[in-house]
Design a protein around this ligand. Structure first.
Ligand code: ADP
Length: 233
């Protein structure tokens, strides 16, 4: 089977700034990979491209067998809705909306009937250990619980890939460790997990790390080599 993420010589330029300088990397189905690098190294840009939220200036991005360049915006939106989940540092839950509705509303664009959305939302909240918090609103939950609601929302529709962008950045160490445990469990159940972080201790939770610096992959821990083409030019 093909790799679930396959980037070949990807460049991304913002005007005269080259945020990514020829990145090539592959991630297999079912892997748990952390991309780790300092602020400004290109992590968010890489996430946007792998998450099909943006297109490269040059190079090829293939996600779940699809060349992103060959898809229309509508096809890309459908690919994202069906196959990709996102979790962010800031949780991004709707205020004043219960946990179960936050999770159910995350499936609005997947063509799932309302009753089925609610059923999946309940199951997903139970899986993250929040079966007793269904009707709580975000302001009635701790930071760790909010992030678990966000994970439940991102995974309720059984995406192939979960992108987690600094998911522990706003949490204390205990709640952060719980979220990392949860990501590990989802990975063991078959979800490919891509974790983005500036924190090497957090990245150490993942079996494979890519180090990124100045828009280039300087190390793939599985080979001990960098993977960028074109180096720093
Ligand atoms: P990180 O997520 O590792 O902090 P980013 O991907 O956000 O890194 O940024 C990589 C580089 O690209 C930085 O030099 C940043 O200033 C630049 N950059 C990112 N997004 C934009 C943008 N929309 N416009 C201009 N420059 C950008």
């Amino acid at each position: 089977m093909s790799d679930i993420i396959d980037l070949q010589n990807v460049r991304k330029e913002y005007g005269s700034v080259a945020a990514l300088r020829g990145v090539s990397l592959r991630v297999g189905r079912g892997e748990f990979v952390a991309i780790v690098g300092p602020s400004g190294s290109g992590k968010s840009t890489l996430l946007q491209l792998m998450g099909t939220l943006d297109r490269p200036t040059s190079g090829t991005v293939r996600i779940d067998g699809h060349d992103v360049a060959s898809l229309s915006d509508a096809q890309l939106s459908a690919l994202r809705a069906q196959r990709i989940g996102f979790v962010f540092q800031q949780f991004h839950l709707a205020a004043g909306v219960s946990a179960v509705d936050n999770v159910a509303d995350g499936m609005l664009y997947q063509g799932i009937a309302p009753a089925k959305r609610r059923e999946l939302a309940v199951a997903s909240l139970e899986r993250v250990g929040l079966g007793h918090r269904m009707e709580h609103r975000p302001n009635q939950l701790s930071g760790g619980e909010r992030q678990r609601v966000a994970v439940a929302r991102a995974t309720a529709g059984s995406p192939s890939i979960l992108f987690a962008d600094e998911p522990t950045g706003n949490l204390d160490s205990v709640a952060g460790a719980d979220v990392m445990t949860l990501l590990g469990e989802l990975n063991r159940d078959g979800t490919t997990v891509l974790l983005i972080t500036h924190d090497r201790d957090v990245a150490a939770n993942a079996p494979r790390n890519f180090h990124i610096r100045d828009g280039a992959i300087t190390l793939d821990s599985s080979t001990g080599q960098g993977t960028s083409i074109g180096g720093m030019a």
